[in-house]
Design a protein around this ligand. Sequence first.
Ligand code: NGQ
Ligand code: ZN
Length: 460
Amino acid sequence: MTTLFAPTALLPDGWADNVLIEIDRDGWIVGVDAFKAAPADGKDVETVAGALVPGMPNVHSHAFQRAMAGLTERAGGKKDNFWSWRETMYRFLIDLTPEDMEAIAAQTYVEMLKGGYTSVGEFHYIHHSREGKPYEDRALMSRQVIKAALEAGIAITHMPVLYAYSGFGAQPPAEAQKRFVNTVPEMMKIVAALEKDYATVPQVTLGFAHHSLRAVSPEMMREGTRAARDLLPQAPIHIHAAEQTTEVEGCLEWSGKRPVEWLLENGNVDERWSFIHCTHLAEAEMEALASSGVVVGLCPTTEANLGDGVFPLVPFFQAGGSFGIGSDSHISISVTEELRWLEYVQRLVLRERTVIKEPDNPSVGAVLFEQALAGGARALGRRTGKIEIGHRADFLVLDQSLPCMTGKLRDHILDTAIFAVNENPVKDVMAGGRWAIRDRHHKREEQILARYRETMSKFK
Ligand code: NGQ
Ligand code: ZN
């Protein structure tokens, strides 16, 4: 049992002072008591050195893509866009071995913890060898990613991705996609093997994903969802949707419907589903999405980096929609940067200020943070995002000693951390009851970085 004492903490109904939190050996919160007198600093109680807030779920990650960050910002002769970036990404993954996958993912997850995320939704689609053959253990690549998460100490919702086609109407997969391809029964072998090994590990949750409406047929999607539901009744199911106008056009041509519209009508979706991006929505589609219970996974830094477009967050949120945040391609990895972009892009488009808000909470930072916690926890199918009994002990300690944090209390702490702090405001990170980051340092970061450097030397 661990007991923490937080001089100030963000509880479900707001900020509270002098909070005692008890955590059991498996990483669950078993006691929360506010307004306790500060205990004598005995060995059994640890006082946290800053403002305690819930750790953020990262709803959408392709961990391996972190190794490409910074290599795709060079302008060539021809126009560069999402699709040309994707070709570079496909070239990059040709030589990726299972060892590389683990080394890169571990480094990504250490950076992710430092950036304020305590859980990650890994949308995992590189299943096979460079020849496109399944490994002897079909689930090998998945295991490498899960091992990396456990080594770093981040909780993972691992979602093996179903992928079969290169475009609408079941077009055969391209050569560059051969490492991704499975039938539903092949896919379920991976999910079942992982379920067998990780069902009782509290830091691991299993989910399932369809890559996109481009990559699975309607029949395959129905079959995959049914099989996943048989094995994992409550598991999250994710899918990419409507990130690019080309996808919307292709979908309209193929079905007469837009991707999100098609999914809401035919996907048999519910509140355990997340749609990632949904950048391009018609108004009625946006309203239907907001009332569907589906969580939208928004990845503002990647969406900006790839030139996707702008999600209509203000009307979506006003219509009651739920969202989580993800760092996706990991062009950068930071909760505060992701949330800052989320609000700023809307301000730039609307030419207004303070646009994401609630009638009873004028703090933009607090509303963004709490909405992303709630949507994120649901998207990952994990009991996290709240400092409350029965939830994971996933916390961030925000550094109140930074100059810019001077005199900032309660919601101003989040407003300042998100919009004003230059340096990383996340000082300590607890994930599943264990300190993963202390004073901005991860206890295995030197080893993980050394292995990452060795891996990267071959990608020169
Ligand atoms: C992915 N990434 O699966 O890694 C995608 C690109 C695609 C993002 N959408 C590939 N950011 O959508 O076909
Ligand atoms: Zn993605």
